[in-house]
Write a protein that binds this ligand. Sequence first.
Ligand code: T46
Length: 139
Amino acid sequence: MAYYSVSDCTVIELDKHHSDRKGNLTVVENNKTLPFDVKRVYYIYDVPGGESRGSHAHRSLKQLIVAASGSFRVTLDDGTTKRSFILNRPYQGLCVMPGMWRDLDDFSSGAVCMVLASDLYDADDYIRDYQEFLDFRSK
Ligand code: T46
């Protein structure tokens, strides 16, 4: 079975509308910005210093991860290669393809991690055991 690799996961520059005196606005639209349609949005915030999130993979979910505020690091692992991204711009989003183990850490104070997801929440889509993830990747 063919899987995505970490090199298929890239930072996308989002539309940024600047107004000199009124700040910025960034937009994400289905069928235009992303290689998937958005069915769910969630956000992670108030992460205590030194804490990490993630430590799992998704079987089929695609996601765009945005640092809506502050900064954090996302490390992706396709079972062979790891790649880390520092997200710190609300007009950039990391597109995470299915089958990537992800760890999120190094959250700054006040960081907000906003995630746009291709599907509704499904606990069965998660792989939370690393050995199970490697087995999944080698099928
Ligand atoms: C991911 C990273 C970046 C729900 O009930 N509905 C939801 O849509 C989500 C995302 C979570 N939950 C519940 C499930 C758990 O009881 O919220 C709790 C915390 O979820 P989790 O431990 O999975 O949180 P993270 O931060 O480790 O992972 C989340 C996403 O689950 C995951 O898809 O890629 O953020």
